[in-house]
Design a protein around this ligand. Structure first.
Ligand code: ZN
Length: 328
């Protein structure tokens, strides 16, 4: 089985080599967009260092009890830290609790592995608390942080980690892997490879959750309709959407993905579109608005999401967005 990832072969090779040559770092930082495979890569690393029957140095068997427990994220020497809903922040208490755990030697494994997921969600005091652990690492402890990008993390954290940046998997490669490794129908695989914009985890999630796929279509329909509507109708939409902050945070990137396609179309770039099922709308918007407006709408959508992350009143943020969206 070995690392068994879709794409990111270079990252698996690098980590396997660190293990095989006993050059493991104390801390890794894996960045890339949601659904690209950051957590899967982190879990494979945890498996590879703790596998009971590695088929080759640095390779996890994915079949022994240790590999299986790690896959289920239920291994006694695996700690997982992430924001706990309804909170969207990683808190200092969570870091302190992790530090107490890491101070103990592993129960049964070679290494204790701590995964700190979406670490850009850490409060400043939580990130500062983690610095101490990064500066004075215990032996037989590996920290793996994930984040969207290094720009959203304190430089002091980034500089203490070995950084691996995961990029989207080419659409054709992803489509092939979805067919061969996950037995997904060729037409569906191709569509998922586009819609997920080369993010394997997101593609698989969509395949397993038809509701999310339908939700995406509804949100794209809503957006296109809103572009033709007036302020009253837009504000009514903002009011409803803001009631569910989580779904608002999920909706904005999907709208942004449409505008990214519009921008690509406007420049005539021969890059595969994400929303291949919305080709007609993308062409209309590209002709109507062009590159400059498309770029400003992407910025607007990203900025709105940041505001919501920063606890700005969601309804207010959504209303401002509605005022600033262009009119079709
Ligand atoms: Zn194993």
């Amino acid at each position: 089985m070995s690392w068994d990832l879709i794409g990111h072969g270079w990252a698996a090779d690098l980590l396997a080599e660190h293990i095989a040559k006993q050059q493991l770092r104390h801390a890794y930082l894996i960045t890339g967009p949601q659904g690209i495979g950051r957590r899967t890569l982190s879990l494979r690393l945890a498996q590879a260092v703790n596998c009971l029957r590695p088929p080759a140095p640095g390779q996890p068997c994915q079949a022994c009890s240790s590999c299986r427990q790690i896959e289920r994220m239920q291994h006694p020497d695996l700690s997982i830290v992430h924001s706990e809903p309804p909170s969207i922040e990683i808190k200092i208490d969570q870091i302190r609790m992790l530090q107490r755990t890491l101070a103990l030697s592993p129960y049964q494994a070679n290494y204790r592995v701590a995964l700190l997921l979406d670490f850009e969600e850490a409060r400043e005091n939580a990130a500062n608390a983690l610095l101490k652990t990064l500066e004075e690492p215990a032996s037989r402890v590996i920290l793996v942080l994930t984040a969207e990008s290094i720009e959203r993390l304190p430089p002091t954290i980034v500089s203490r980690c070995e950084h691996l940046r995961l990029r989207p998997v080419p659409v054709e490669q992803l489509s092939q892997s979805l067919q061969s490794q996950h037995h997904i129908d060729p037409d569906v695989a191709r569509k998922l490879a586009h819609i997920s914009a080369g993010r394997p985890g997101y593609a698989i999630e969509l395949e397993q959750d038809k509701q999310r796929l339908d939700q995406r279509i509804t949100w794209l329909d809503d957006h296109y309709r809103l572009l033709g509507e007036n302020r009253v109708e837009r504000f009514a939409y903002a009011e409803t959407a803001a009631k569910d902050k989580e779904s608002l945070r999920a909706l904005l990137p999907i709208w942004a993905s449409l505008w990214r396609d519009v921008a690509l179309q406007a420049t005539g770039a021969s890059v595969p579109l994400t929303n291949i099922d919305r080709q007609a709308e993308i062409t209309t918007l590209a002709e109507r608005f062009g590159l400059h407006v498309a770029m400003s709408v992407i910025q607007l959508l990203e900025h709105t999401n940041e505001l919501i992350d920063q606890y700005v009143n969601a309804r207010l943020a959504a209303e401002v967005l509605m005022l600033d969206l262009p009119r079709r």
